[in-house]
Design a protein around this ligand. Structure first.
Ligand SMILES: Cc1cc2nc3c(=O)[nH]c(=O)nc-3n(C[C@H](O)[C@H](O)[C@H](O)COP(=O)(O)OP(=O)(O)OC[C@H]3O[C@@H](n4cnc5c(N)ncnc54)[C@H](O)[C@@H]3O)c2cc1C
Length: 290
C-alpha cells in the first residue's frame, strides 16, 4: 500500500477545495484497505473514507489522520445474469458502460453523476425521480477493525439522499445490484439523453460538488434559492451558480470557509423569504466513528 504524507485533498474533490491529509492512500484491493485501517488503528489515528469526492466539502485545515480514497481501487464488476457484484471504487460511468454492453438496464438515470458506486450507495444517489437504493440487494461492509459483514437492503435505512451507512462505522466495500435485461440501443439512448439534459442545466465546466442542498418536500431547492435572489451571490471565490442556483462553483481559489459562509447566507435568505430551512446535501469531511 502506498501511503502519501500531507496530500492536498483539493486534488481529490470535484470542488477543488480542501487542506492536506496527514496520511492518504488509495487501496487497490481489500487486503490493502485492511492494511490502511491497521496502520491508523495502531497509531490511534482517525480515518475517513471517500469515494471520488464529488459530494464532499473538505475543510481548509484538511484532516489529521488517514484519508482512504476508494475511487480507482476496489474496482471489480462481476456480472452473473441480472445479479452484479460491484466494488465500491468503481466509477458510475464505468459501471454504466459495462451494463450497457451486457444489456442490463435500469440505472441509466445515474448517467452524469460523477462519483463512485460506493459513494452512490452511501448517499442513495438519484435523479429524475429514481434512486439507486431500488436496485440494491445487499452490501458487503467492513469496520475499522477489519470485520466484514453482509447487510441486506432492508437494514440500510434508505431514504432521499440518505442511508444508515452515512456517518456509521461501516465502510462499504461492495454492493450487489439486481438489474433486468434491456435492449442495448435503448440503454445507450437514455444515457445520452440524460447527459444532454445535465449539460444544459448544470455548470459542469467549473469545479462544484453537485446540488448543495436537498430538495424540501414538494419543492426544489434551486427554485427557492433563485427566487430568494441568491443567484450570483459570491464570497471570496465561492459563488452561487448563475446557471443552477443549487450549485456553488469554485471560481478559482475558493476556501471551505467561503463556501460555508455562502451556504449560511443562502439558508438565511430562503428562511426569511419562504420559512423553509434548507438542509445540506453535501457532506463536510469529519472523522468517521471507529
Ligand atoms: C456535477 C455534479 C452532479 C451531481 N449530480 C448528482 C445527482 O444528480 N444526484 C445525486 O444523488 N448526486 C449528484 N451529485 C453528487 C455526487 O456525485 C453523488 O452524491 C455521488 O454518489 C457521490 O459519490 P462519491 O464517490 O464522489 O462520494 P464522496 O463525495 O467521496 O463521499 C460522499 C460521502 O459518502 C462517504 N463515502 C463514500 N464512499 C464510501 C464508502 N465506500 N464507504 C463509506 N462511506 C463512503 C464519504 O465519507 C462522504 O461522507 C453530483 C455531483 C456533481 C459534482
Amino acid at each position: 500500500m502506498r501511503l502519501l504524507r500531507n496530500e492536498p485533498l483539493k486534488k481529490h474533490t470535484s470542488f477543488r477545495i480542501g487542506g492536506p491529509a496527514d496520511y492518504f492512500c488509495i487501496p487497490r484491493n481489500m487486503a490493502e484497505l485492511k492494511d490502511a485501517l491497521v496502520f491508523a488503528r495502531e497509531r490511534g489515528l482517525g480515518t475517513v473514507i471517500i469515494g471520488a469526492g464529488t459530494n464532499l466539502l473538505v475543510l481548509d485545515q484538511g484532516f489529521r489522520g488517514v484519508v482512504v480514497k476508494l475511487a480507482g481501487g476496489l474496482n471489480w464488476i462481476r456480472v452473473n445474469g441480472g445479479r452484479i457484484e460491484v466494488g465500491a471504487g468503481v466509477h458510475i460511468a464505468k459501471l454504466l458502460q459495462v451494463l450497457g454492453n451486457k444489456k442490463l438496464g435500469g440505472l441509466e438515470f445515474l448517467a452524469g453523476i460523477p462519483g463512485t458506486v460506493g459513494g452512490a450507495i452511501v448517499m442513495n444517489a438519484g435523479a429524475w425521480g429514481k434512486e439507486i437504493a431500488d436496485y440494491v440487494e445487499q452490501v458487503l461492509v467492513i469496520d475499522r477493525a477489519g470485520r466484514q459483514k453482509i447487510l441486506k437492503r432492508r437494514v440500510l435505512g434508505f431514504g432521499y439522499r440518505r442511508s444508515r451507512l452515512q456517518g456509521s462505522r461501516w465502510i462499504l466495500a461492495q454492493v450487489v445490484l439486481k438489474l433486468r435485461k434491456k435492449k442495448r440501443g435503448l440503454i445507450r439512448r437514455k444515457v445520452r439523453e440524460n447527459l444532454i439534459k445535465r449539460k444544459a442545466a448544470q455548470p459542469l465546466g467549473i469545479p462544484n460538488c453537485g446540488s448543495v442542498f436537498k430538495n424540501p418536500k414538494g419543492d426544489f431547492a434551486g427554485r427557492l434559492i433563485q427566487e430568494a435572489g441568491c443567484k450570483g451571490m459570491r464570497i471570496g471565490d465561492a459563488q452561487v451558480s448563475a446557471k443552477h442556483a443549487n450549485f456553488i462553483v469554485n471560481l478559482g481559489d475558493a476556501r471551505a470557509r467561503d463556501v460555508i459562509k455562502l451556504m449560511t447566507s443562502v439558508q438565511k435568505k430562503v428562511k426569511d423569504r419562504f420559512k423553509i430551512r434548507l438542509e445540506p446535501e453535501i457532506k463536510i469531511m469529519v472523522k468517521s466513528p471507529s
